[in-house]
Structure formats: structure tokens, C-alpha cells
Ligand binder design. Structure first.
Ligand SMILES: [Zn+2]
Length: 254
């Protein structure tokens, strides 16, 4: 099927889905207008709240982007009613393709800007597309929700940035603890023993720019562990990309 035909089929499919399951605002639950081609997840009011959350996080996000971590908003644990927190919850538990496209379209320009500033670029025309990957969730969590949100995000970002997607990381078979129940130090130790390279990773990552995607960065233990593995395997540079970073600054200001 041609690209154009495939896109037409997708548009009809999306319209049918909107008719059967009218999309609702991730923030307040109000019905959204159907048949909107561009990914929308918020009503106008919640959209404004989202934009101010992005603006509020902008200074920290710019500093962190310089260190190779890209994200849009701060996440405040315990603020279940906040707009960023509701979107993270939605990404984790609903397999809503609109929501993944929504965040991917917003992360893509930041990612491409950062990738363009990386020091060691191949001669023009010899650069391979950016490679997107993710740290897999525990199998029990994937079973519960039916999908892995980090994998969905990595795939959506690969589409938005015209890059490649590859599962490069896998979990070890040992029973690892859930990161959110651990202290920062315990998280680092747990992450080191929980993730290893997939068998095919080494031949794929050599000299590539790799982006590791996840919904949330808290201590960074998981993402740093995965970055370490990929650099060891020969990746030229690694960028970490999440929708949100857990706010360690109280109200988001310090
Ligand atoms: Zn709303």
C-alpha cells in the first residue's frame, strides 16, 4: 500500500474510532471535538494549564537539556489532580495513541535541537537517523496495562523525528524491585542489576546517536544505567528524553 493510501486508511480509522469512543480531555474529562487530525488531548481550559506548566518548567528544562536530558514539564508526586500528573497517569495506563503523539510532537523539536549541537557529527550525508529505544517495564506491569508506555513513547518519537526505533535494552530475569519503592542509592544499585543490553544491540548502536525514552525521570538511575550500557556498546552519543521530570525543587522554583 502506498504511503498516501495508508495515511487515508489511518484517517478513516481514526474518524471511526472517534465516533465510537469520543475522545475526552485528559485534564477534566470533558468531550473533545471529534475528527481533529492533529493530536489533541486537552480542552482549551486544560490546554492553558498545560502550557503554563511547560512555561514554569522551561528554565530547569533548558539547563537539563544542556546536560542531555530533555523533558517538557515537572511532575509533582502526590499532586494527582495536576495537569502534568494526569497526563503521565494517562500515558501509563491508557494506550491512547493521541496522547503519545501529543507529547512526541512537543518533544521532537527540542530533541532535534539538542541532537544538532552534539560535537561529533559524521560528514554531511553520512549520518544515520537517530535511534530511539527505551528501558522496558516489568513484565507484570506490562501484563496489567497491556502495553509499555516507554516503548510507545519511543515509537512515537521515532515517527515524529523521522528516526529509527529498536528495542536495545532488556531486563534481567532476576526479580527486580519496583524503582518507586526505593531510595536514590537503592535505585542506582537496583537499576545496575536490572537492565542489560539486548543481544542485537551492539551491532546496531555503533556510532549512532541514541535517544532513551521514558515517561518520567526521578533520580535518573534507570536512564543513566541504560545510557552507560549503550555508550559501552559504542553509541556515539546518548540523549535522555522523558515527558516529565520529578520536581525536586518544592514548588518548581528554587
Ligand atoms: Zn479539560
Amino acid at each position: 500500500m502506498s504511503r498516501r493510501a495508508a495515511s487515508a486508511v489511518k484517517t478513516v480509522g481514526n474518524a471511526a474510532r472517534d465516533l465510537l469512543f469520543p475522545p475526552r480531555c485528559v485534564g477534566c474529562g470533558d468531550l473533545l471535538p471529534p475528527f481533529v487530525r492533529r493530536a489533541t488531548v486537552f480542552c482549551p481550559l486544560c490546554r492553558t494549564a498545560w502550557e503554563s506548566a511547560v512555561t514554569e518548567a522551561a528554565d530547569h528544562a533548558a539547563t537539563d537539556a544542556g546536560r542531555g536530558l530533555i523533558y517538557l514539564v515537572h511532575y509533582r508526586p502526590g499532586h494527582a489532580d495536576g495537569i502534568p500528573e494526569k497526563l503521565i497517569y494517562h500515558l501509563k495506563h491508557e494506550g491512547d495513541p493521541r496522547a503519545f503523539s501529543f507529547v512526541a510532537e512537543r518533544l521532537a523539536p527540542r530533541l532535534l535541537d539538542t541532537a544538532a549541537t552534539l560535537p561529533t557529527r559524521a560528514p554531511a550525508g553520512e549520518d544515520k537517523p537517530i535511534l530511539f529505544t527505551y528501558p522496558p517495564r516489568r513484565r507484570s506491569a506490562v501484563r496489567e496495562d497491556g502495553f509499555d508506555q516507554a516503548q510507545r513513547l519511543a515509537k512515537a518519537l521515532a515517527v515524529a523525528c523521522d528516526g529509527d526505533f529498536a528495542p536495545l535494552i532488556r531486563r534481567t530475569h532476576r526479580k527486580s524491585k519496583e524503582q518507586k519503592t526505593l531510595t536514590a542509592e537503592e535505585r542506582a544499585v537496583n537499576a545496575t542489576s536490572s537492565y542489560i543490553l539486548a543481544d542485537t544491540a551492539a551491532e546496531v548502536v555503533r556510532d549512532r546517536t541514541v535517544v532513551i525514552c521514558d515517561d518520567l525521570c526521578t533520580t535518573g538511575a534507570t536512564l543513566n544505567r541504560c545510557a552507560h550500557l549503550l555508550v559501552e556498546a559504542g553509541a556515539r552519543s546518548v540523549i535522555l528524553c522523558t515527558v516529565a521530570r520529578t520536581d525536586s525543587h518544592g514548588g518548581g522554583k528554587d
